[in-house]
Design a protein around this ligand. Structure first.
Ligand code: FES
Length: 161
């Protein structure tokens, strides 16, 4: 790919420094990318073992934000949506508002995902409870493997939801 970039850049620019810079950037970018096999299959492994009660963390999967919230004991459960690993109960959702696709954020005090764009609110299970969102936050396909979630694979637990 470096050679291709060099050819392309060569057409647009001249100068050894610019070409060298682009190649170095290309090499750096390559090291940030996941393994090609992982990328092409679209799987991402998310370790949920260190998420504290009441904490929501975000990850990326297929270019989309993913939220994993570990429900605290006083957060209402939802048997149709909860991801249960041992004693721990999680909400796993794609972090794109079902109204027009803004990225909501989790408010731990209100135990809700709030979308700032038009005031949409989703409860801690990702169910739309207020404002314009027409349906709950989507759940990405997942598989449970120990205390990790494999996003992109349709495990038994996903099929049951
Ligand atoms: Fe979230 Fe409109 S995009 S409420």
């Amino acid at each position: 790919t470096c050679q291709k970039r060099r050819d392309f850049i060569g057409m647009a620019l001249t100068g050894v420094t610019a070409v060298g810079g682009v190649c170095a950037l290309g090499a750096m970018k390559k090291s940030w990318d996941p393994l090609p096999s992982v990328q092409s299959a679209g799987f991402v492994t998310v370790d949920v073992s260190t998420i504290e009660e009441g904490e929501a963390r975000s990850f990326a999967w297929r270019g989309k934000p993913i939220f994993v919230l570990r429900k605290s004991a006083d957060t209402p459960k939802n048997a149709k949506r909860d991801v249960v690993i041992g004693e721990k109960v999680f909400t796993l959702v794609i972090g794109l508002c079902t109204h027009l696709g803004c990225i909501p954020s989790y408010d731990a005090k209100q135990k809700s995902f709030i979308c700032a764009c038009h005031g949409g609110v989703f409860d801690a299970s990702g169910i739309n409870t207020f404002g314009p969102p027409p349906r709950p936050l989507d759940i990405p396909p997942f598989k449970i493997a120990g205390e990790t979630l494999v996003l992109g694979e349709e495990g038994e637990e996903y099929k049951k939801l």
